[in-house]
Design a protein around this ligand. Structure first.
Ligand SMILES: [Zn+2]
Length: 87
């Protein structure tokens, strides 16, 4: 089956490429992208440079850095930079 995407609207031409089997358009005209939740997650993970930690991991990290901050405060060590957010 031919791809049903329209190209060059003024001339009313259609995309000459073959549609993906079972779909109505070719590879370059849609029906692309992740369909499942797992697929979306995989794409997001592949594209992002960080923040792939789970919420639990982030909370654990925040707790740990806050503890370190409190220890530094108690020990009288100067804390450079922004103090961590309270839990
Ligand atoms: Zn097409």
């Amino acid at each position: 089956m031919q791809c049903n995407a329209k190209i060059q609207y003024s001339k009313g031409q259609r995309c000459p490429r073959e549609a993906i089997p079972g779909k109505s358009k070719c590879k370059s005209h849609g029906n692309g992208g992740p369909r499942t939740i797992d697929g979306r997650k995989a794409i997001a993970r592949a594209r992002s440079k960080g923040m792939n930690d789970s919420l639990a991991e982030r909370i654990a990290h925040r707790k740990a850095s806050f503890e370190l901050y409190m220890l530094a405060k108690l020990a009288g060590v100067a804390w450079t930079g922004r103090p961590p957010k309270k839990i």
